[in-house]
Design a protein around this ligand. Structure first.
Ligand code: ADP
Ligand code: SF4
Length: 700
């Protein structure tokens, strides 16, 4: 039963001509599927609609080939050829019971047009502001270009209505939607009626809103997504200026969707920003319009949501990440099942799908991006197909998720853990600076396991091959994790490096176990490139060590460009006093210093240090797996039919991958063997019905 305190979240909200059945609004978010995997996206959006979101939106939809942000994969509505995909998504959202929103975008300066090869368009002649710093310049738009843009946008609105969308967006946010560039003094230095005064800089947004409203004509609502502050002071859009924007066009759309700065500013990880971080920026804008307002803030707490509505900050609770981690978040609040909510941990692994152009994944929700291709669902799983018993060895994220999902299927499951603490690497890493929210990966699963009578959990129960053969389970799952290496092997060195026997060398496991460098000076060699190297550098620096972070790549925690954190990580370790040597490898470790080599020239160098921390690579704990497979002839006597490795014990990877791997084991158990080479459905581009070459018009 719903807690009456949350009733307000389930009130309907009128958005122009349409009504949202409650206040839960899945704002547009990228997902790495887009035009390449439209059915995958349709299924993903439908699951959210089913989960109780009153409105479910697409990500940005490119309205024209001059707005091509390739290589990133979003949706397109360049012409009618894109209609079937766009319509399928709307249909699925409707089938799930939600209103469908479409975020129409002309990306202006943000689109390098690598695929279309059209000239990018912007308010002035400027290099494109694309993520890959493409060596491409945009051309200052002429009046004729502006007329064209209005027509392209109008065409896309017509198509959106035809495809069945209920809410049509005008996108002026995140420095992605090109209208943002017109609004911002940072990008707009025009001297005509589209530049200069705020009234002029807002003109194009106003015109496009008016065009859109005229076409929508009561058949669909018009939303405007806008950045309320660019966080650049007077060089960009300011919050004070936004109040004047509302004075000029506050009544133009049927809905305001408020975002903060660029996407990096808006989707901050939990390491760098709390829930509801946008609150001070959006507070007060709702009072300047009669139209409803939606905003985000990585909201997972219904109390925070209620406070935002009651105090007049927002009308609708916007969510991208919380809806990814738990597509059924609204339904769970409605049913009063708060402890079932899979809370977003704010890691931005989901964002990496977009940046790596691969289908969206989520640390908390392993079914995300797998709805169409593998038929997985966040709340449903097939009942067990046999009476087999399962032993899961190791209670890290992989083992916990396997036990949870197998338990949900109804199998009798025994989960054994060597240590007292459940959670494996997550329990350890969540104690590091900035990572406390990650414990939710464990909390959620332990909470769920608590309710499953068919899952037994044994702590302090290290299992050997003898133990396992003695107990005799039908299926054995090895989820014993991995350890960080102390020999320097990683990406740069594929063989161990020389280490003096008198040297003080530590790994992240040592640090997390509470060991500390013997001396004050520490060289941390990061050849992993995700978060851990910089987190440990920060930890040690804050504890008073003099830390030099050495990495063979140009950027600290380079992979975190995919989680939009690299710039913040760098700032944080600079502030913590960590010295950084990029493009440098540690090549040998002595008792009181390390040898280094320049990545480009190989030029040798030295760094004096008392201790070294190696964050390079991990080795799987696969001894148990290997030992059991070596004794396969004993399995049948013990009643064992399969022994499988999952998670880091199989191949060390991310926490998201470990959770996914545990889930996959559970989904696949007892499914009939399938010898298809591809273990999931694919949507393969249909060949053109036109001939490969057009007939030449004249010979040369
Ligand atoms: P993953 O990310 O794959 O889940 P983790 O390293 O986080 O891996 O977790 C592995 C867990 O397995 C750890 O908690 C570890 O204590 C436990 N473990 C390792 N070996 C054994 C074993 N032989 N018996 C029981 N538990 C084990
Ligand atoms: Fe949240 Fe991380 Fe999942 Fe993204 S990947 S929704 S940030 S838990």
């Amino acid at each position: 039963m719903r807690d009456p305190r949350y009733d307000i979240l389930f009130e309907p909200v009128q958005i122009g001509p349409v009504t949202a059945r409650n206040r839960f609004f899945q704002v547009p978010h990228c997902n790495g599927m887009g035009y390449r995997d439209p059915s995958g996206e349709a299924a993903m959006r439908r699951v959210k609609a089913e989960g109780g979101w009153a409105v479910v939106c697409t990500e940005q939809v490119e309205i024209h080939p001059t707005s091509d942000i390739g290589p990133f994969i979003e949706l397109r509505l360049w012409d009618d050829q894109d209609m079937p995909a766009i319509a399928r998504i709307a249909d699925q959202i409707h089938e799930g019971g939600a209103l469908a929103g479409i975020e129409l975008a002309h990306n202006g300066l943000n689109s390098p047009n690598l695929i279309s090869r059209e000239t990018p368009l912007g308010p002035q002649h400027l290099p494109v502001v694309s993520w890959n710093l493409d060596p491409v310049q945009a051309r200052a738009m002429t009046k004729a270009d502006i007329v064209d843009l209005r027509k392209w946008h109008a065409d896309s609105v017509h198509r959106s209505l035809k495809a069945g969308y209920d809410i049509v967006y005008v996108y002026a946010g995140h420095a992605i939607g090109g209208l943002h560039h017109f609004l911002s003094r940072r990008y707009n230095n025009r001297t005509d009626e589209y530049g200069g005064s705020l009234e002029n800089r807002v003109r194009l947004i106003r015109e496009i809103l008016e065009d859109t409203r005229e076409i929508a004509d009561g058949k669909a609502a018009v939303a405007c997504r806008i950045s309320v502050d660019e966080l650049l002071g007077d060089d960009g859009i300011t919050r004070a200026e936004m109040e004047d924007v509302f004075g000029l066009i506050g009544e133009h759309p049927d809905l305001w969707d408020l975002v903060l700065g660029s996407w990096e500013d808006d989707s901050v990880t939990s390491r760098f920003g709390p829930e509801a971080e946008q609150e001070p920026y959006v507070t007060g804008l709702k009072q300047l319009t009669t139209k409803p307002v939606v905003g985000v803030g990585r909201f997972t707490s219904p109390d925070t949501m209620v406070r935002h509505v009651r105090s007049g900050i927002l009308d609708l609770i916007g969510a991208a990440r919380p809806s990814i981690a738990d597509p059924f978040l609204p339904n769970k609040i409605e049913r009063g099942d708060l402890e079932d909510i899979r809370e977003c941990i704010g890691c931005n692994m989901c964002v990496s799908g977009d940046f790596t152009m691969s289908p969206i994944r989520c640390t908390q929700n392993p079914t995300m991006g797998e709805e169409f291709r593998r038929g997985w669902h966040p709340e449903r799983i097939a009942p067990k197909a046999s009476d087999s018993s399962v032993l899961v060895v190791g209670a890290g994220p992989a083992g916990l998720e396997a036990a949870r999902a197998l338990g949900n299927r109804g199998y009798p499951v025994t989960l054994t853990e060597a240590s007292r603490v459940l959670g494996g690497r997550v329990a350890r890493e969540a104690k590091l600076p900035g990572l406390s929210a990650w414990i939710r990966v464990i909390d959620y699963r332990l909470q769920q396991l608590d309710r499953l009578d068919n899952v037994e959990v044994y702590r302090e129960s290290p299992m050997s091959a003898d133990d396992i053969l003695e107990f005799g389970f039908d299926h054995v799952v090895i989820a014993t994790g991995s350890s960080w290496r102390n020999d320097g092997v990683g990406r740069w060195h594929t063989h161990p490096i020389p280490v003096d026997s008198a040297a003080d060398v530590l790994t992240p496991d040592d640090i997390m176990a509470g060991l500390r460098p013997k001396g004050n000076r520490v060289v941390l060699f990061d050849d992993d490139h995700y978060y851990l190297g910089a987190v440990i550098a920060e930890l040690l620096a804050k504890e008073g060590y003099t830390v030099t972070l050495v990495t063979p790549v140009p950027q600290v925690s380079q992979w975190t460009t995919n989680t939009m954190e690299a710039h913040r990580i760098r700032a944080r370790i600079i502030e913590a006093g960590v010295e950084v040597r990029t493009d440098t490898a540690v090549t040998a470790i002595g008792a009181d210093g390390v040898d280094t080599a320049c990545r480009f020239t190989g030029r040798a160098g030295q760094l004096d240090t008392d201790s070294v921390v190696l964050v390079t690579a991990r080795l799987p704990h696969d001894e148990l797996y290997i030992a059991l497979h070596a004794r396969e002839d004993e399995w049948s006597a013990a009643g064992i039919s399969t022994v499988k490795g999952i998670g880091d014990a199989w191949a060390p990877s991310t926490i998201a991958a470990a959770v996914w791997s545990g889930h996959r084991f559970a989904e696949d158990l007892d499914t009939p063997p399938d010898d298809a080479p591809v273990p999931f459905r694919r949507e393969v581009t249909q060949l053109s019905i036109e001939p490969v070459f057009r007939a030449p018009v004249a010979s040369v």
